[in-house]
Design a protein around this ligand. Sequence first.
Ligand SMILES: [Zn+2]
Length: 215
Amino acid sequence: MTDDLVRGFEDFAHYQYENGTALMPKLVEDGQAPKYFIISCIDSRANPGTIFRARPGTFFAHKAMGALVRPYKQGTALAASLQFALTYNNVPNIIVLGHTQCGAIEALSKNLEDEEITSFISMAKASLKKAQACCSDHDEILAMTEKETILQSAENLKTYPSVQRALAENRLNIKAWLFDMKEGQLLEYNIQNKDFRIISASHKTEGSRKEESHG
Ligand SMILES: [Zn+2]
């Protein structure tokens, strides 16, 4: 039943414990010093560990439906995690990683009747309203809501005391990223252009330039 996970672990253990370049023994010995804190959706297709093919020790991971960051409240999973990452591990980058075709945004747009879910995702309502005010096409509304929600989450991060301290001390960058699952593209919010710009794309969408080897 869980064979696929166990096989995956065997592969991981082989490369990260037994190989000459294995990282895990060193990370266990020396401790971790990740450069990133990534806030992503729970969606199984948008897992940062998978899409960034990250080596162990690369980033702290926080997952929430829709990659949503609600305004600060003491005692939440995110507040404690940020405190740990920023105050005790000096992580210099937070990335809010939203994605297209997000079930949380879809649920919001369809007024899903499930209080357990809607009480969490209601934070994105303002983004949906903004999108509905300027677009009429359903897909366009969803796409704009996804982007606006990522920006709102990035903004809400600034209500967390650990984030405020790190920003005041000039030791933190906050980035807003969007993973376009359909096109295989990674986009970043560009403050000058006030829009999300592609920073990396699959060769499929770039018109298959050259072969790239990922080892
Ligand atoms: Zn999602």
